[in-house]
Design a protein around this ligand. Structure first.
Ligand SMILES: Nc1ncnc2c1ncn2[C@@H]1O[C@H](COP(=O)(O)OP(=O)(O)OP(=O)(O)O)[C@@H](O)[C@H]1O
Ligand SMILES: [Mg+2]
Length: 222
């Protein structure tokens, strides 16, 4: 489902070239759940952005459901993302001018699903924010924004779901609820799940754990 070959990310900074990701070669089977752990600044979000086709690698190959992301242009990548990928951003990335409900409807509208509003209301309820449907992002708490961002990623029932610390801002009860939703989607729709977390207990519930250390990705063996 996901395959990378010597994936490298380098950025230019005022102090010269900085290599954020060392050559990364790994693969994830369809329906697998993967947790990525590692220190702050080690490159986890950078890797997730590359795997989802949101950012481009400096070199190397990425295959997403047999499509070669590394040789596709932005338009083709955007189409692939719309069809197959859900992404829960660490910083939520909600559209400020749209209400919670409208934010969630957006991907359903873009991909042309029927009755986006009913679908959006249903997923908003699943994350427990239905009483804030008409609120704009700046009228929502951090945890509510996070749950809206999660609902937005769920609505299209993506084949692959990337989640960057999706429970980072949630209390224990909401965090458990989001965990259950993620695993439900993984089991029922065979969604491939790639999640970044700082929570070792959450990570231990995944099929595999990988750890990122200064741009080096390694399998964690129990
Ligand atoms: N565009 C960029 N230009 C320069 N440095 C960058 C850029 N993007 C990321 N970095 C640096 O690369 C490193 C990895 O960043 P990344 O966001 O992937 O870390 P992370 O593992 O997700 O950390 P956290 O757990 O804090 O979210 C950081 O040191 C960051 O400052
Ligand atoms: Mg990060």
């Amino acid at each position: 489902m996901i395959k990378t070959e010597n994936l490298i990310k380098t950025v230019s900074t005022s102090e010269g070239e900085l290599q954020i990701l060392q050559p990364i070669t790994f693969s994830v089977e369809a329906g697998q759940s993967i947790a990525i752990i590692g220190a702050s600044g080690s490159g986890k979000s950078t890797l997730l952005g590359l795997l989802a086709g949101l950012d481009t690698a400096s070199s190397g190959e990425i295959w997403l459901d047999d499509a070669p992301l590394h040789s596709m242009d932005e338009e083709a990548r955007a189409q692939l993302r719309g069809e197959k990928v859900g992404f829960i951003f660490q910083s939520f990335m909600l559209v400020p001018s749209l209400t919670a409900l409208e934010n969630i409807m957006l991907p359903a509208e873009i991909t042309g699903l029927s009755d986006p509003k009913a679908r959006a209301l249903a997923v908003l309820k699943q994350v427990g924010v239905e009483h804030r449907a008409g609120h704009y992002p700046n009228q929502l708490s951090g945890g509510e924004q996070q749950r809206v961002a999660i609902a937005r990623a769920f609505i299209t029932q993506p084949k692959i779901l990337f989640a960057d610390e999706p429970t980072g801002n949630l209390d224990a009860k909401n965090s458990d609820n989001v965990e259950s939703l993620l695993f439900e989607l993984n089991k029922q729709s065979n969604t491939t799940l790639v999640l970044v977390t700082h929570d070792p207990e959450l990570a231990s519930k995944f099929d595999r754990q990988l750890s990122m250390n200064a741009g080096v990705l390694e399998e964690v063996t129990a």
